[in-house]
Design a protein around this ligand. Structure first.
Ligand code: HAM
Length: 429
């Protein structure tokens, strides 16, 4: 017990860690190409700030603790709220749109299972300052592209609009906390529980029918017609019109075929106001790789001006799992060269040779003691190093290193001053 990590946390040993770093770098690559700048916020903050806009599901999952001065702190359960705090308090003067991304750990006290940890990692983007269908479409497009750029295949997006659900709640004369159970059951697709919940309510039958219909409205944008036929509400009309406008912009992206309208997507966090979406791959079933949507009121909650915004976060843990399930071959970080010196006399020249090669970018290992050729080659073999530079008395005298190609089992002499050129010619295909 003493030396185990707490439930829901993971150690990443070097192989897995290298895969993580690779995934993170690919996300960073995509986000920066789309003009997003990286931001980092503290891992823990004041509970009162972190809870703004999020709702019971997240608040109940927060790790909270007091500091020595009795102030209530919490580990961040997600990164949208902290980004909004920063924008409201420190970035109001930035010209809009503000395009930010983050990659970091988040914490939720949840029941751990495959793809669900208590410490988990997210990569996310937030696009702040503009509310147009084009901005909604951009974040969905960058979500698909980012997932494809880490190597995932068959990425699918379910796109809904929480404005529809919220308008129905208003039409029914409920407030959002009364509607929390409905939302939860729609979000989780618990149809029976949803029916039970609806049966308890004394609201118009057409509204009950509309709530019941939401999880079934999946497909092309025409599925929204059914709702418009059933409900006569300007707010529902406006939400559907907005969804249609976003879908239309998305038609201009090469990813349009990967998007399904799904009005059962209502999300578990409170701050969403309009479009909402989640990303899936078949190998992960119902477990979303990422999710997000538009939240136009959160920044004002921090005392700032109204700044409309949209964004998403993907779970890196789930992306990693999905790549494994799709048998993705991660590129292996490799040491390319081992420098082997035979006696202490050659140590300095071996150090210099190693440094010269590292300076131009080759990953190079240097042995830590004089090693015989047999032991040195065995080491190279064990570590899968394809080239060994052998430096002994003879090599120093002739100013030529012996280079062994481990794959071919051949070796040749290369003058010390030509080593860099030699390896470039070997390694640039
Ligand atoms: P979220 O849906 O709560 O949204 O989380 C986004 C993704 O984080 C999930 O789809 C999942 O892949 C991953 N995730 C969530 N909880 C866990 C967990 N316990 N273990 C492993 N992975 C997990 C948000 O966090 C919003 N901040 C997204 C957003 C950004 N909306 C607008 N901007």
């Amino acid at each position: 017990m003493k030396y185990q990590t707490p439930r829901g946390t993971l150690d990443f040993l070097p192989d897995k860690c290298a895969e993580r770093v690779y995934i993170e770098e690919r996300f960073r690559y995509t986000f920066t190409r789309w003009g997003y700048a990286e931001i980092r916020t503290p891992t823990f903050e004041y509970f009162d700030a972190l809870k703004l806009g999020t709702g019971d599901e997240l608040i109940n999952s927060m790790f909270t603790f007091e500091d020595k001065g009795g102030r209530l702190l919490a580990l961040r359960p997600e990164n949208t709220n902290p980004v909004c705090r920063v924008v409201a308090t420190k970035m109001q003067h930035y010209s809009k749109p503000i395009k930010l991304f983050y990659i970091g750990s988040q914490f939720r006290y949840e029941e751990p299972q495959s793809g669900r940890q208590r410490e988990f990692f997210q990569a996310g983007v937030e696009l702040l300052g503009i509310n147009t269908p084009e901005t909604d479409a951009e974040v969905i497009a960058i979500l698909i592209e980012a997932l494809q750029n880490i190597g995932l295949k068959d990425v699918r997006i379910n796109l809904g609009h929480v404005g529809v659900f919220k308008s129905l709640v208003q039409e029914a004369g409920m407030n959002l906390s009364e509607a929390a159970e409905l939302r939860k059951n729609i979000d989780k697709g618990n149809i029976e529980a949803l029916e039970d919940e609806l049966n308890k309510l004394s609201i118009q039958n057409s509204l009950k029918e509309a709530f019941r219909l939401l999880p079934e409205l999946k497909g092309g944008i025409e599925v929204t017609d059914q709702l418009l036929e059933l409900i006569d509400s300007p707010d529902v009309d406006a939400a559907i019109e907005n969804l249609r406008a976003i879908a239309k912009v998305l038609d201009g992206y090469p990813y349009a075929g990967q998007i399904t309208i799904n009005l059962g997507i209502v999300r578990g966090i409170d701050y969403y106001t309009s479009s909402v979406f989640e990303a899936f791959v078949p190998e992960m079933g119902e477990s979303a790789l990422g999710g997000g949507g538009r939240y136009d009121n959160l920044i004002a909650e921090f005392g700032g001006q109204d700044v409309p915004a949209t964004g998403y976060a993907v779970g890196i843990d789930r992306c990693h799992l999905a790549l494994e399930k799709q048998n993705y071959e991660f590129p292996k970080p490799e040491i390319r060269i081992l420098v082997l010196y035979l006696t202490q006399e050659e140590r300095n020249i071996a150090i210099q040779t190693t440094i010269n090669l590292r300076r131009v970018g080759f990953p190079v290992l240097l042995t830590f003691e004089e090693k015989g050729i047999v032991a040195g080659l065995k080491l190279a073999d064990k570590q899968n190093v394809p080239f060994v530079i052998i430096i002994g008395e003879k090599e120093v005298k002739k100013s030529e290193a012996t280079v062994r190609d481990m794959t071919k089992g051949s070796q040749e002499s290369v003058s010390f001053k030509n080593l860099i050129e030699y390896f470039f010619s070997k390694m640039v295909k």
